[in-house]
Design a protein around this ligand. Structure first.
Ligand code: GUE
Length: 283
């Protein structure tokens, strides 16, 4: 049986470090502040945002949620973002997905100041990630949190075959860049890939981020591989399940993340960590 990569437990450790960093910043007169903007009333979004606020409060991070009506225009949203860009008490800004159809997500990511980009989605920061910059800059929290998980569980990255299933801007692409920067041999497979299993079966590190429940089964995994499941799918009963069939996969993998209790808690912990980093870098 595979070793469990316990995201919930690791998130606690990361959060404890963040809390410590917040205490230190406050002695220098800096109070880290995160602003979360929600447009509309998506049920899942509200739950995530409530969890984020609770976590921020626990760690001493000042968090403000700005709830906007679902018919908010793009112009109004961009104007609000600009106000937060100018506000010196704000260190991190994020706009929760999904957004209503009248709003262009790419325009929103461009509008958030790169120095306050809590999600790391601004193209300037994405460019630094791809260029393997050694400057300080924020990175998408889910893949950044996964790198923390791999390090904490002593997963060898340099020279490993890393296969990423999914090519989203939020997970697949930045994950590929981070692993390449850490000297893995990186392959990205996606919906147009022919014979996906031929790739996944060669992966020493397999990251699955597709939104397709149970896409990856034990037979698709190289024995002993590290399997990271980014999926967050709700089944008919509202139960959370990943993109990996944990039952069969955990018999083949060497290390594996559960859902829930894997990548999810690390995403939030990384968002908190990154907010504090943004505050630190703003000095
Ligand atoms: N701009 C933006 N940035 C985001 O980072 C972002 C977003 N929009 N929109 C929505 C998604 C989703 N997301 C999650 C984070 C943590 C859990 C999480 O902690 N999940 C727990 C359990 C949750 C449960 O049981 O419902 C777990 O996996 O153990 C889930 C989902 C961040 N997102």
């Amino acid at each position: 049986m595979a070793e469990l990569i316990d995201g919930k437990q690791l998130a606690k450790k990361v959060n404890a470090q963040t809390e410590q960093a917040v205490t230190e910043l406050k002695t220098q007169g800096i109070e880290p502040k995160l602003v979360v903007i929600i447009v509309g009333d998506d049920e899942a979004s509200r739950i995530y945002v409530r969890n984020k606020n609770r976590k921020a409060q626990q760690l001493g991070i000042n968090s403000e949620t700005k709830q906007l009506p679902k018919d908010t225009s793009q112009t109004e949203l961009l104007k609000l973002i600009d106000q937060y860009n100018q506000d010196e008490t704000v260190h991190g800004i994020m706009v929760q997905s999904p957004l209503p159809s009248q709003i262009d997500e790419a325009a929103v990511t461009r509008a958030i100041s790169p120095a306050k980009d809590a999600d790391g989605f601004n193209p300037e920061n994405v460019g630094k990630l791809y260029a393997n910059s050694d400057l300080n800059f924020p990175v998408s929290c889910t893949p950044k949190g996964i790198m923390t998980m791999l390090a904490a569980y002593d997963v060898q990255i340099a020279g490993a075959n890393a296969v990423i299933v999914g090519r989203s801007n939020i997970v697949g692409r930045p994950m590929a860049a981070l692993l390449l920067n850490a000297s893995a041999t990186v392959t990205v497979v996606h919906s147009h890939t022919q014979n996906m299993q031929a790739y996944t079966r060669e992966a020493d590190i397999l990251i699955v981020a597709t939104g397709i429940a149970h896409l990856i089964k034990g037979e698709d995994i190289k024995p002993g591989a590290t399997v990271i499941d980014v999926g967050m799918n709700r089944d008919e009963n509202g139960k959370l399940t990943g993109d990996v069939d944990f039952e069969s996969a955990s018999k083949v993998a060497g290390k594996i993340t559960p859902v829930p209790g894997g990548v999810g808690p690390m995403t939030i912990a990384t968002l908190m960590q990154q907010t504090v980093e943004l505050a630190k870098w703003s000095e």
